[in-house]
Write a protein that binds this ligand. Sequence first.
Ligand code: AMP
Length: 215
Amino acid sequence: MIIVVLGGPGTGKGTRSKVLSEALSIPHISTGELLRKVAQTNPDVQEMLDNNELVSDDMISEHLYDRLFYEDCLGGFIIDGYPRTLNQAILLDNMLKKLDRQIDFVFELSVPDEIVIRRIVGRQECKSCGKIYGTAFPSKVENVCDDCGGELLTRSTDTREKTLERIVQHNENIGPIRSYYDSQRLLEIIDATTAPETIIEDLKHLSISKLICER
Ligand code: AMP
């Protein structure tokens, strides 16, 4: 099964994708994570991430395409953070066509802007395992991950000002992507103000209705 998870900053794409990944036993591919790895050895990319700038469609698409050849992708995968432009959506279709595969579902996570800001400002991420903490759900010991004991870091982009910039950027880009997937009847809008695990119920319901439609 191939699932694309769309959503602006702070809508919980990463958390919900991880829940789906565990439930379906398929990998979660985050283009943000792919780029954060690249940035460790590429200061230009690091600067773009620090400034909330999208890297070029060609660059991120190459990294994503390479990742799709890993053996763990054979049974399907969940893509989080891509496409962020209409051109990327078209590039993704071309990549999948080459692999003789196609998208099954596109989930767009919907969360009001004020909740997004509350979630992001003050957010911390574990340097080792990637677990996310927030002001409403902090770690038990300050700056230490409950699960693995790793150090908790705040991303330099998680300020109110930068979050607003990202929301505006996302809103500008998402319209054409939404129409693209909606016209292919792939798009499902998901209320992401609920607990992350509810996405499993959404998927069960959608899988059943998809089977009914295919008959
Ligand atoms: P994320 O973790 O998805 O919020 O991504 C972090 C940053 O990586 C974004 O603010 C962008 O600078 C960059 N990025 C992630 N995915 C993409 C993409 N599909 N296209 C361009 N830039 C991206």
